[in-house]
Design a protein around this ligand. Structure first.
Ligand SMILES: Nc1ncnc2c1ncn2[C@@H]1O[C@H](COP(=O)(O)OP(=O)(O)O)[C@@H](O)[C@H]1O
Ligand SMILES: [Mg+2]
Length: 510
């Protein structure tokens, strides 16, 4: 409240109770000075982030690679379109010359659960613009109510914490856009989808959306508060001119239409049934006419000039998602178990087995969640009541989770030795990644370092990492100069590592 007429909570209470009856209990906590300052600071920061957009497409792709497995083409096309869009917004800050610019709204095609939403979410997160995600079915099923699609734009303002300028450079993501297609049927075109397309068309183009929904109580309340403090209600609108629209869908049946248009003689996949390869081949050739045939208005499709394809995921991809994605859901599982003091380790074979099971679900990477939930449900329930402090998830556990659970409960330390080997394996792996050295522990050396780790109360991997950190210099030297890269760590290597590293260096020079 910047006006001199102070906001009065009691007046608002009175107003609401008059309007909605005394049954309505209202508590209003005005913001403290600190809260207000915090909020402004944060908004300022986010605004400058959005306006200081300074990425190259390859940088965005690199970031996406950390989270999203595969979908390389999609990453490139998305990254490029996003860069164009935000560079354009920046150049428009000086007004004028952007009048003829065609906005690069994007349509993403691909089966369910392969990363369409995840890609866009990550991009929005990286560049720090407000991001709103909605499901198109929400509009087609309830029947189209005039204001509904505009709520998406108002939600952007909410995401931007009231910063309209920032909201005006946000991203709106609409999933399941294929559900508002209106295919020709015997009864003619279905009208509800048609209405939604019209509504969206207006937003995608350029329009002013009122900040306050005429049908929403909360925004009317805000109007009242403003009236109280300023003596008038300012009429605010949000321009959709620079809001980027990304829509996505699985578009089942679209490839059939493309096939029909191309004529079967042009395609080399005759009679081979519906392979994913053929599907991809066809979808990559999609044209506006196919979307129109599918049930979209020409103007609607015309506003979506960038087409992005996402491919279905193989078992190997699923494995990589678990193993390498920074967003891997296994991190979540590890944490969940750690909350009960249980350490869980996943072997590569275990992760592949999860991938295999997940693939049969036919819902893309979402199948990974389904499988993990099914496999670990009982573990999560039972382990907190037992002695078990650690276990390894391998292939057999994924295939027979309940049998393995029983074994584990009967013998809580059954994995102990294996976990130590597993951790030593990880240490060896780390050596090869970090120093390019191929090391192996002799059984005696392994025994000794395990004992020491146990005495110090740290887990073996952490202990080893710290242990060898002290000899980093010598090891780096070996990485750079050694011709020989294979070394055996014996008992002496643990008792007197400095001398051992020196000996290795000497050996490589002789
Ligand atoms: N290619 C991928 N790489 C990494 N994780 C993925 C990938 N595809 C899907 N996921 C995971 O599956 C979840 C669901 O994917 P999502 O992007 O919502 O699917 P959709 O393609 O149906 O929009 C994501 O939140 C993410 O955790
Ligand atoms: Mg999605």
């Amino acid at each position: 409240m910047t006006s001199d007429k102070k906001f009065n909570p009691d007046e608002l209470k009175q107003f609401l109770q008059n309007k909605y009856g005394s049954g309505v209990q209202v508590e209003i906590f005005p913001k403290t000075q600190q809260e207000q300052t915090d909020e402004t600071d944060e908004t300022e920061q986010r605004r400058s982030q959005a306006l200081d957009f300074d990425y190259k497409p390859s940088q965005i792709k690199e970031y996406l690679d950390r989270y999203v497995i595969q979908q390389d083409d999609a990453k490139k096309v998305l990254a490029t379109a996003i860069c164009d869009h935000y560079h354009h917004i920046q150049s428009c800050a000086g007004e004028q010359e952007c009048r003829d610019y065609k906005k690069q709204n994007i349509i993403v095609i691909g089966p369910t659960g392969v990363g369409k939403t995840y890609l866009v979410q990550n991009i929005a997160g990286l560049i720090g613009v407000p991001f709103v995600k909605a499901d198109s079915t929400k509009y087609s099923e309830t029947g189209y109510v005039g204001g509904d699609v505009e709520d998406l734009i108002r939600e952007l303002v909410h995401q931007a914490r009231g910063d309209i300028k920032l909201a005006e450079s946000g991203i709106v993501y609409l999933d399941e856009i294929d559900k508002i297609a209106t295919p020709m049927s015997v009864l003619g075109r279905d009208v509800s989808g048609h209405g939604v397309q019209r509504g969206l068309l207006k937003l995608m183009e350029e329009t002013e959306v009122p900040l306050r929904s005429p049908t929403d109580i909360a925004s009317q309340m805000q109007a009242f508060m403003e009236f109280q403090s300023k003596g008038q209600v300012e009429k605010k609108t949000i321009s959709t001119k620079h809001i980027l629209f990304i829509v996505s869908g699985a578009f089942t049946g679209l490839s059939e239409l493309i096939k029909k248009r191309l004529g079967s003689q042009q395609i080399g996949f005759m009679g081979s049934g519906k392979s994913t390869e053929e599907e991809r081949f066809l979808l990559e050739r999609v044209k506006a006419v196919d979307f129109i045939e599918y049930g979209f208005e020409a103007e609607f499709i015309g506003r979506l000039p960038v087409v992005v394809h996402c491919n279905s995921l193989s078992v190997e991809d699923m494995f990589k998602i678990l193993r390498y994605s920074e967003g891997s859901l296994l991190k979540q599982y590890k944490k969940d178990f750690q909350a009960y003091g249980v350490d869980v380790y996943f072997t590569d074979r275990g992760m592949r087995a999860i991938g295999e099971e997940a693939e049969t679900e036919q819902i893309g990477a979402r199948g990974l969640i389904t499988v993990c939930e099914r496999v670990f449900r009982e573990y999560k329930y039972q382990l907190p009541d037992h002695e078990v402090k650690e276990f390894i998830v391998g292939q057999t556990m994924i295939k027979n989770p309940n049998e393995k659970l029983q074994e584990l409960l009967d013998n809580p330390t059954m994995y102990h030795t294996k976990i130590l080997q597993f951790q030593l394996g990880k240490v060896e792996q780390e050596f090869s990644d970090q120093y390019g050295l191929d090391i192996k522990f002799t059984p005696e050396a392994a025994q000794l370092i395990i004992e020491r780790a146990e005495e110090s109360g740290t887990d073996l991997f952490t202990y080893c990492t710290r242990f060898f950190k002290a000899y980093e210099h010598g090891l780096n030297l070996l990485r750079k100069t050694a011709s020989k890269k294979k070394f055996l760590v014996d008992e002496q290597g643990i008792r007197n590592p400095e001398e051992t590293v020196e000996r290795w260096i000497r050996e490589t020079y002789s």
